[in-house]
Design a protein around this ligand. Structure first.
Ligand SMILES: Nc1ncnc2c1ncn2[C@@H]1O[C@H](COP(=O)(O)OP(=O)(O)O)[C@@H](O)[C@H]1O
Ligand SMILES: [Mg+2]
Length: 262
């Protein structure tokens, strides 16, 4: 069965007109004692509408790379282009969802989502009625007046998702967003994300250390090396959606990715 797996060796993802282009990005934290680079010459591209997973063990530099793409960190060298434009700081074209939701505890779910419209340059552009449409989109119709403490972790991550989707980012950057959820909520969240991705043709870069999550979600997986700070290889997940976790081929992809992580 493993022979059906499509593997692309060597340098990662070249398309004619990349939507996101990461070229030779290296990064070292100046205040790290040994001055060791966290990222070394990372290069890859993401096509518009693609769902790409960055897979790697804890500490390999996934969040650092995502923070660079979000514009929160400036890389030591290299460049990142979104639709041909250099990324030089945070911008409304890129939104991040983190593992820990950062909802305002004193605001209702509706107010939390509406807050996203007030920040940045979006105020006045979208009617507040939109907020309910986005609550509905993430399956939280009727929960608008709840406070974050009254809902589950999975529901909070759905609010976090609605809060970024309403900003219509060109690319969604997700940093282990379902990592703190129980298995059942995680699977439900993965399904919801795939539905939204399909409906909205949203480009997504999704960071995970979970092999099964990568095979469930990704068109393509970029596998980080453990200590090298490089992308070791890339694997196209050529499975029909929705994906059957119990299938032999799904399991074969999981095994293949586990090997890649070693
Ligand atoms: N702000 C920072 N300052 C110094 N070192 C950092 C900082 N953020 C991350 N690191 C270091 O960079 C490495 C990669 O971290 P990170 O990108 O968070 O990895 P991952 O998200 O894959 O777990 C780790 O060794 C971590 O200690
Ligand atoms: Mg991380």
């Amino acid at each position: 069965m493993t022979s059906n797996i499509v593997q692309i060796p060597g340098q990662v993802g070249r398309t004619d007109r990349p939507f996101l282009e990461v070229s030779d990005v290296s990064h070292a934290f100046a205040w790290e004692g040994d001055g060791k680079a966290v990222l070394c010459n990372i290069s890859f591209t993401v096509a518009e509408g693609e769902l790409v997973c960055l897979l790697g063990r804890s500490g390999c530099g996934k969040s650092t790379l995502l923070n660079i793409l979000a514009g929160f960190f400036v890389p030591t060298s290299g460049r990142c282009l979104l639709q041909g434009k250099p990324i030089s700081g945070p911008g409304p074209d890129r939104c991040v969802v983190f593992q820990e939701d950062a909802l305002f505890p004193w605001l209702t779910l509706r107010e939390n989502i509406a807050f996203a419209l007030k920040s940045g340059d979006l105020s006045g552009k979208k009617p507040v009625g939109e907020v309910d449409r986005f609550l509905d989109l993430v399956g939280l119709d009727g929960y608008g007046d709840y406070l974050p403490r009254e809902i589950s972790g999975g529901m909070k991550q759905r609010v976090a998702l609605a809060r970024v989707l309403i900003r219509s980012p060109r690319i969604l950057l997700m940093d282990e967003p379902f990592g703190a959820l129980d298995a059942q909520s995680r699977e439900a969240s993965q399904e919801l994300l795939q539905d939204l991705w399909r409906q909205r043709a949203q480009t997504i870069l999704f960071v995970t250390h979970d092999v099964q999550e990568a095979v469930t979600l990704a068109d393509r997986v970029l596998i980080f090396g453990q200590d090298s700070g490089t992308i070791q290889e890339e694997l196209v997940i050529a499975l029909e959606r929705p994906r059957d976790r119990a299938s032999e081929l799904f399991q074969a992809y999981c095994r293949r990715l586990r090997q890649g992580l070693r």
